[in-house]
Design a protein around this ligand. Structure first.
Ligand code: NAD
Length: 424
């Protein structure tokens, strides 16, 4: 969408932020002043980064870092490498990071970064030079006490390692807490790899207890990547029946339950998903299966106005970021589907990123068991807070509205104390 001028003549870029704020403003009874505080990121920085390519030429990569709101602490959010990344997308993701950190009550604000690049086109050397150049470009605005990046789409632990190293070379001292998602050998946390999925499993368990259901639920998982494969394994171990999983090439289905431990091992060994004895189905068919719980764990915009009328699951656990469009979200909520929103369901990853930063800051390192125990507590508490918010409401709110209302309240309360405004 093109930029346009908002009510006070200020440029508005992020349409989704505006739509979501309008929705929250009703349920959380926001004032004009509240909306004014939240409708724009605090700071947008961009840079066109020149990088020397292997053939001696120089390519220039547009890039962004957007710090949406830092009232609750240093801003936090990943850096994505993708050809389609733009300011509006990064705005939206930074806004959602602000809410995500607040909903699980970790003392961070929200940010996001991006580089317009097709990672597959770069050699390892070019990738390293781009990662290091990004940090040199944004060195003044990131830091362990100001803004803490992490991996996102097409960035990984190796890239975080280069970025930490580059930051320290410019700073002239060690600063492990400048970035999270690092390899454990370089200050990364144990348990980070499966944290998003463990967090999602805890949220589903808490939901099942809250609704008085039992765990014999049939579940379909779209996207058997890092998040989907670990989640399927955690849920299988807890007694849920995983009947379908998929990747970009399509999916497999067995109504009596798929052999998840074998499939997980196959994923870890980069084997084909279709090597097991099960019926094949397309991703479109998976999304409309008659299951109890549908778990989109692949990419954004999977449940849309094109398929919302065909969704037959009773519950959607959003492990991917933004898998449901606002229109489909409203339609499904009106039809009684309970959607557990991404900012709550997949917040286990950023929670363990926070644990990584705590370990880097205190120089005390925890075992995987300790990390997982702390994560369980944090996720259960977050779910109970959102459930209480939903129950207390004088009219039925969706899980998304309750989660948004809780997090926006937390951000505005912190803003209130900072700016000496009344908090009620
Ligand atoms: P991944 O790349 O490891 O896995 C993605 C999976 O989705 C792969 O199996 C891929 O084949 C599949 N896929 C891609 N396009 C698809 C399509 N059109 N239809 C069906 N399947 C498709 O990524 P991941 O780390 O597992 O992340 C998955 C989602 O979870 C993303 O939306 C990501 O933003 C979100 N998320 C991840 C984390 C994390 O810690 N990794 C944290 C929060 C949110």
């Amino acid at each position: 969408m093109d930029s346009e001028l908002g009510p006070k003549g200020v440029e508005t870029v992020c349409e989704v932020c505006q739509v979501e704020l309008d929705r929250i403003s009703e349920v959380a009874q926001l004032t004009e002043q509240d909306i004014e505080l939240l409708r724009q990121p605090r700071r947008r920085i961009n840079a066109n980064i020149p990088v020397r390519m292997d053939d001696g030429s120089i390519d220039v990569f547009p890039s962004f870092r957007i710090q949406y709101n830092g009232a609750r602490g240093p801003t936090k959010g990943g850096i994505r490498f993708h050809p389609g990344v733009d300011e509006e997308e990064v705005d939206e993701l930074a806004f959602l990071m602000t809410l995500k950190c607040a909903v699980v009550d970790i003392p961070f604000g929200g940010a996001k970064g991006g580089v317009q690049v097709d990672r597959k086109e770069l050699s390892v050397g070019e990738l390293e030079r781009l990662a290091r150049a990004y940090i040199r470009e944004y060195h003044d605005v990131v830091g362990p006490q100001s803004d803490i990046p992490a991996p996102d789409m097409n960035t990984d632990a190796q890239i975080m390692a280069w970025m930490r190293d580059e930051y320290e070379q410019v700073a002239g001292h060690q600063a492990p807490g400048v970035i999270t998602g690092k390899p454990p050998a370089l200050g990364g946390s144990e348990g980070r790899n499966s944290a998003t999925s463990l967090g999602g499993a805890e949220i589903l368990d808490a939901f099942v207890r809250h609704e008085g259901l039992d765990k014999s639920l049939d579940i379909a998982v779209q996207g058997f990547g890092n998040v989907g494969s670990h989640l399927a394994l955690f849920l299988h171990e807890r007694g849920y029946n995983i009947v379908a999983v998929s990747n970009a090439a399509g999916g497999i289905y067995d109504e009596t339950g798929l052999p998840i431990p074998d499939l997980f091992e196959g994923y870890e060994n980069e084997q084909d998903l279709f090597d097991v004895d099960a019926a094949e189905l397309s991703n479109d068919e998976l999304l409309t299966l008659d299951v109890d719980v549908l778990v989109p764990a692949a990419i954004e915009d999977q449940i849309t106005d094109a398929n919302m009328a065909d969704i037959r699951a009773d519950v959607v656990l959003e492990m991917a970021n933004g898998p449901t469009t606002p229109q489909a979200d409203q339609y499904l909520a009106d039809n009684g589907v309970q959607i557990i929103p991404d900012i709550l369901a997949n917040a286990g990853g950023v929670t363990v990123s926070y644990f990584e930063w705590v370990q880097n800051t205190t120089n005390e390192y925890w075992t995987e068991e300790t990390v997982q125990e702390k994560l369980r507590t944090q996720m259960q508490t977050a779910f109970e807070d959102v459930a209480a918010r939903k129950t207390e409401a004088d009219r039925e709110k969706s899980w998304r509205e309750a989660a948004y209302a809780k997090s926006v309240d937390a951000v505005l309360t912190a803003e209130g104390y900072r700016s000496n405004m009344p908090t009620e």
